[in-house]
Design a protein around this ligand. Structure first.
Ligand SMILES: Nc1ncnc2c1ncn2[C@@H]1O[C@H](COP(=O)(O)OP(=O)(O)O)[C@@H](O)[C@H]1O
Ligand SMILES: [Mg+2]
Length: 241
């Protein structure tokens, strides 16, 4: 059964067509990968799904409810959370305070949502408990990524949108990120849309992949189907494929 339905989403930025008639569904408890070269429109699509941008045309349904154009906090409270490509914590709050703020923003109960845990438990889940009193501004880049996902989990999501979660992490941290996402999905029955450039990690963890290029969906299928798709190879290799 679908939890999210993206129908014919188009987004214009003055002259630029950032997204052109994009449709896809995400099933309950499914991990879907979203890939495409830089500038393909991936983050713009997340912004539209999460409510921080309005589409020029098209509709987003979450659990059968039309959420197109609703404000971000309403969408979050329904159970849709996202992380940012560049983490956006409150720099002058501690790790724990950041997680508490996120919990308030997401109103952890209601709407059939299951609480992932208390803020302290979430610190533990993401491996930040030794740093729960540390100010966000002095965290390392990889710890900021952990805090970013902790804040998303604190809103008790049913679907999680991850924007380049493993980007900028070391090989070892990427392995952690990879098994972490899978564990989250299983433990909390999450649906996930996962944007990632680290193909090796994405491909072994997702059920299906969608590929955007210049705002157009050029392919979808299993990871194996997609990596062998001529259009996808061409988009990534710039015509030399
Ligand atoms: N707020 C905005 N105003 C104008 N152009 C934008 C805006 N956000 C994104 N774009 C443009 O839309 C295109 C898609 O960007 P983006 O969604 O960030 O791509 P991706 O995440 O796939 O790298 C790019 O050409 C980008 O410059
Ligand atoms: Mg992006």
């Amino acid at each position: 059964m679908n939890i999210l339905e993206v129908s014919q989403i188009t987004k214009h930025f003055s002259g630029l067509v950032a997204l052109d008639n994009i449709s896809f569904n995400v099933n309950k408890s499914e991990i879907v990968g979203l890939i495409g070269p830089n500038g393909a429109g991936k983050t713009t699509l997340f912004n539209i799904i999460a409510g921080s941008l309005k589409p020029t045309r098209g509709k987003i349904s979450f659990d059968g409810k039309n959420i197109t154009g609703l404000p971000t906090n309403r969408i979050c409270r329904l159970g849709l959370a996202r992380t940012f490509q560049i983490p956006k914590p409150f720099e002058d709050l501690t790790v724990l305070q950041n997680i508490e703020m996120a919990e308030m923003f997401g109103h952890a109960t209601g709407e059939g949502k299951k609480r992932v845990g208390s803020p302290m438990e979430i610190c533990e889940i993401v491996g930040l408990s030794p740093k729960n009193e540390t100010l966000a501004r002095i965290l390392s880049a990889s710890d900021k990524k952990r805090l970013e996902v902790a804040r998303a989990l604190a809103t008790s999501p049913r679907i999680l949108l991850l924007d380049e979660f493993a980007a900028g992490l070391s090989a070892q941290e990427s392995e952690w990120a990879s098994s972490f996402v899978k564990d989250m999905q299983r433990s909390f029955e999450l649906s996930i849309i996962w944007i990632e450039h680290v193909m090796r990690i994405l491909m072994k963890n997702v059920d299906r992949v969608f590929v955007l290029d210049h705002g157009v969906k050029i392919a979808e299928g299993t990871p194996k189907e997609v990596v062998n798709n001529a259009k996808v190879l061409q988009a990534y290799l710039g015509g030399s494929a």
